[in-house]
Write a protein that binds this ligand. Structure first.
Ligand code: GLU
Length: 430
C-alpha cells in the first residue's frame, strides 16, 4: 500500500514480467534506470543571495532510441518520482511505437514563488549541469508539470550556447517560432481524445450523451475540457485545479472557464458554478472521469466510490495498484496513463523529426499522424486486454514491456539460448 511512485512502477513491471516470463536479467535491467543524475544548481536570486536548487535527470532505458521525457518543476519533486516517471516514459514511447526510450527530469522548486528572472536562471542553471548528458541522439527533454514552451526556449538557448551551434532537436515543446511543432500545445489532450473515442466504441458509449469531470487544469486538463466538448459534444460538469474546483450540472463552457482562470489565476468564484473539492469531483456521478493533474489521486480509499464508467488518465500515475484492482472488479474501464497521455510525447517526436529535417508540417498533418499513432496503440492494448483477460494497465504493460524486451534482447542485453557455435562455418555470416 505504498504511494512511492517508483515502488508502484516496479510492482507494475513485476506483474507484467511474470506473465511475459521475462528473462531474469532483463527484468533486473528494466526494474532500475540505466543511469541517473542528481545535480546542484546555484542560482542568484533577485535579492542578490545565491540559493542552491537540486535537480534530477533519469535516463531509464534507451534500447528503442534516445531517452525522452519531460522536466517537472515541483516543490515536492523526489528522485523516486522522477525514476517512476522515467520508467513510465519508457513504456509510453514503446506502446505508441515511436523510436525513443524513456527519461525524465525534475527540479525541486516552486515556480509560483519565483520571479520570471529567477525561473529563467533556474532553467539555464539546470541545463548547465545536465547539458553534457543530453542531446538529440542521447536524451531529449520536454515540458511537464509547471514547465512551459518559454522554459524550453531558455533551455535550448543555454544548450546551444554551451555547444556553440544550433541543436533545436535537443528539446521539444518549444515555441512554434523556435522550432516547435504545430499541434504540440494540445497534443496530450488530443491524443487522449482519440483513445476515448476508441474506448467509447468498445463500451458502446454514445459520447454525445456523456457527462465528464476533469481533475487538473494545466495543459492536459484545460485542453481536454475544450476538446471533449468540441470533438464529441460531451458535457463537462466539473473541473478543478490544485486549489479549488467548480461544478455546474448544466455544463461548463470551456472558453469561459479558461479565460477566467487565465485572468484570475484561480477557478474560485467562476460565475454560476458551485464550489467542489478535488476529492468530491473524483466521486461525481459522471460517465467519464479525466484525472489530469498528478499521481496517486485514485487510491484504495476512494476507488470504490468512483461512479464513472470510463477513466482516461491524462495525468501520469493517478491510480494506485490497489485502486486498479478495485476499479477493474467494479467494471470501470481505465485507459491507462501511458496510453491515454502519450499524445504529448508523440507530437514531441514529430517535432524532433521536423527539427532533424529543418522541416515544418501543417497542423492537419500532425493531427492525422497523431490519430493514427494513438488508434494503433489503443488497438494493440485492447487486443492484449481481451486475449489475456487482464486489467487495463497490465494489458498496456504487456504490450510495452514486450517491445522494450525485444529491443534489449536483439541488442544482446540478455543471455542467449545456450547454443554454442561449434564450427567456424557457423560463425561466418553467409
Ligand atoms: N511530459 C509529457 C509526458 O509525460 C511529454 C514528454 C515529452 O514530450 O517528451 O508524456
Amino acid at each position: 500500500m505504498t504511494t512511492n511512485p517508483f515502488a508502484i512502477a516496479q510492482a507494475q513491471l513485476d506483474e507484467a514480467a511474470k506473465l511475459l516470463k521475462l528473462d531474469p536479467e532483463l527484468h533486473e535491467l528494466l526494474r532500475q534506470p540505466k543511469a541517473e543524475h542528481t545535480v546542484r544548481i546555484p542560482v542568484t536570486m533577485d535579492d542578490g543571495r545565491v540559493k542552491i536548487f537540486t535537480g534530477f535527470r533519469v535516463q531509464y532505458n534507451n534500447s528503442r532510441g534516445p531517452c525522452k521525457g519531460g522536466i517537472r518543476f515541483h516543490p515536492e519533486e523526489t528522485i523516486d518520482t522522477v525514476r517512476a516517471l522515467a520508467a513510465w516514459m519508457t513504456w509510453k514511447t514503446s506502446l505508441v511505437n515511436i523510436p525513443l526510450g524513456g527519461g525524465k527530469g525534475g527540479v525541486i522548486c516552486n515556480p509560483k514563488e519565483l520571479s520570471v528572472g529567477e525561473l529563467e536562471r533556474v532553467s539555464r542553471g539546470y541545463i548547465r549541469q545536465i547539458g553534457h548528458l543530453i542531446g538529440p541522439d542521447i536524451d531529449v527533454p520536454a515540458p511537464d508539470v509547471y514547465t512551459t514552451p518559454e522554459i524550453m526556449a531558455w533551455m535550448m538557448d543555454e544548450y546551444e550556447t554551451m555547444l556553440g551551434h544550433h541543436a533545436a532537436g535537443v528539446i521539444t515543446g518549444k515555441p512554434l517560432f523556435l522550432g516547435g511543432s504545430e499541434g504540440r500545445g494540445d497534443a496530450t489532450a488530443r491524443g487522449g481524445m482519440f483513445t476515448i473515442r476508441e474506448a467509447a466504441r468498445e463500451l458502446e458509449l454514445d459520447l454525445k450523451k456523456t457527462t465528464c469531470a476533469i481533475q487538473g487544469y494545466g495543459n492536459a486538463g484545460m485542453h481536454a475540457h475544450r476538446l471533449i466538448v468540441e470533438m464529441f459534444g460531451s458535457k463537462v460538469v466539473a473541473v478543478s485545479d490544485s486549489r479549488s474546483g467548480i461544478y455546474n450540472k448544466a455544463g461548463l463552457d470551456p472558453e469561459k472557464v479558461a479565460e477566467y482562470k487565465a485572468k484570475k489565476g484561480t477557478l474560485d468564484g467562476f460565475p454560476g458554478a458551485e464550489k467542489i473539492t478535488n476529492e468530491a469531483l473524483l466521486e461525481l456521478d459522471v460517465d467519464i472521469l479525466l484525472p489530469s493533474a498528478i499521481e496517486n489521486v485514485i487510491t484504495e480509499k476512494n476507488a470504490a466510490k468512483i461512479k464513472a464508467k470510463l477513466i482516461g488518465e491524462l495525468a501520469n500515475g493517478p491510480t494506485t495498484p490497489e485502486a486498479d484492482l478495485i476499479l477493474h472488479k467494479k467494471g470501470v474501464f481505465i485507459i491507462p496513463d501511458f496510453l491515454c497521455n502519450a499524445g504529448g510525447v508523440t507530437v514531441s517526436y514529430y517535432e524532433q523529426v521536423q527539427n532533424a529535417n529543418l522541416d515544418r508540417w501543417k497542423v492537419e498533418e500532425v493531427h492525422a499522424r497523431l490519430d493514427d499513432a494513438m488508434t494503433e496503440a489503443f488497438h494493440a492494448f485492447i487486443q492484449m486486454r481481451k486475449e489475456m483477460q487482464v486489467h487495463s494497465r497490465l494489458a498496456a504493460y504487456l504490450v510495452a514491456v514486450d517491445r522494450v524486451a525485444q529491443a534489449c534482447r536483439t541488442r544482446g542485453w540478455a543471455s542467449r539460448a545456450t547454443k554454442v557455435s561449434k564450427t567456424k562455418k557457423e560463425l561466418t555470416p553467409a
